[in-house]
Design a protein around this ligand. Structure first.
Ligand SMILES: [Zn+2]
Length: 353
């Protein structure tokens, strides 16, 4: 299995620890034990690991644990990714990164982008573009390279200000924000959530390449170009999390969903995928969260290929409902029912925690 390139990222943290341990062992002094550092703390066993749980012996079980579901989703996804051709991809990813990001960060973004494009090469037809930097830099590159732009000269659909935590993608252009890590004590340390944001936006340009017609402003449920928000954002979250795991950069990323006031969301609400279809609230992450769990459930039940197949089929003209049923062998309605039951059973209390 080829995952060689990615090892260097993991080594950023492990090398630090190795150096500390070596110093500790070789000095021979009474004070040889190094103080724990944040880097040392960061290297811990991964919580999620690819393995097939008996709970998923049959697709769409309704009584499972999140760990069984994620481990099985990883197992089946990796099995599929292992079959992807390892040759360099004819479709190129062009990266435009502000120099101030520094060499380690630039290398991480360039390599991750290239490896991700290679993994999904079979599905791609047009070259893709990745921009890293502040939003003025995005506008500069968009103008300079003649890339697609919105009415404000950027790609996010509004004029982004206070942009430190923002990222977005439209058509073949992904803006991954200003950084994917931090410098601590002079060393670059990748931040898992920011790395996932990079791969999240990358997956948006991948599915937009497969299915370009809806564009960044997806039409409502009455349109044949309708794509549920849980599908779009869940795909970003799920593919964005499995790819860095597959490339051995970091563990699979999960998080707790909150509303825009920082309040936890009810299990019952998050179990309802119909409600996560078309209400696009930019302030809270419920569509992202339910979409992520929905992708885990589908991948653990039937693997990764059907999830990509949905995008291929909608591009060929199927409605979302038709594409979903053909790709997964279960109707959307039935899937929503199974998902609701499974999701209700995932938590002990009323809230997702
Ligand atoms: Zn997104």
């Amino acid at each position: 299995m080829f995952r060689g390139k990615s090892r260097k990222y993991l080594s950023i943290a492990t090398v630090l620890v190795a150096v500390l341990l070596l110093q500790g062992c070789s000095s021979g002094s009474e004070n040889a034990v190094p103080e724990p550092t944040e880097s040392a703390v960061a290297v811990k066993p991964h919580r999620y690991n690819p393995s097939q749980s008996p709970a998923f012996a049959e697709p769409w079980p309704t009584s499972v644990t999140r760990k069984e579901m994620i481990d099985t989703a990883l197992f089946k996804s990796f099995e599929f990714l292992d079959t992807m051709p390892q040759a360099p991809c004819e479709v190129k990813v062009n990266t435009y990164l502000e120099e101030s990001m520094g060499p380690e960060q630039i290398e991480l973004i360039e390599t991750t982008s290239r490896r991700m494009i290679e993994l999904f090469c079979d599905y791609l037809s047009e070259d893709l573009h990745v921009i890293g930097g502040d939003y003025d830099f995005v506008k500069e590159i968009v103008a300079q390279e003649g890339l697609w732009s919105d009415q404000f000269g950027g790609i996010c659909g509004y004029d982004v200000k206070y942009d430190a935590g923002t990222a977005c993608a439209a058509y073949d252009v992904a803006w991954i924000g200003q950084q994917v890590g931090t410098i601590r004590r002079g060393e670059f340390v990748p931040e898992p959530a920011r790395v996932t944001l990079l791969t999240h936006e990358l997956f948006h340009v991948i599915h937009d390449d497969i299915d370009p017609k809806p564009g960044p402003n997806i039409p409502g449920p009455d349109s044949p170009l309708f794509r549920p928000v849980w599908l779009v954002e869940g795909a970003g979250q799920f593919f964005g999390s499995i790819v860095p795991k597959y490339l051995e950069m970091q563990d699979y990323q999960t998080y707790l969903p909150y509303d825009s006031y920082g309040q936890m969301l009810k299990v019952e609400y998050l179990s309802d995928l119909k409600k996560q279809e078309s209400i696009l609230s930019r302030n809270s992450g419920e569509h992202y969260y339910s979409g992520l769990v929905a992708h885990e459930y589908i991948a653990a039940s039937i693997g990764l290929a059907p999830l990509l197949d949905i995008w291929v089929r909608v591009d060929q003209g199927d409605s979302f409902e038709e594409a979903f049923e053909k790709a997964t062998n279960i109707s959307v309605k039935e899937f929503y029912k199974k998902f609701a039951k499974m999701h209700d059973n995932l938590y002990e209390g009323e809230f997702v925690e």
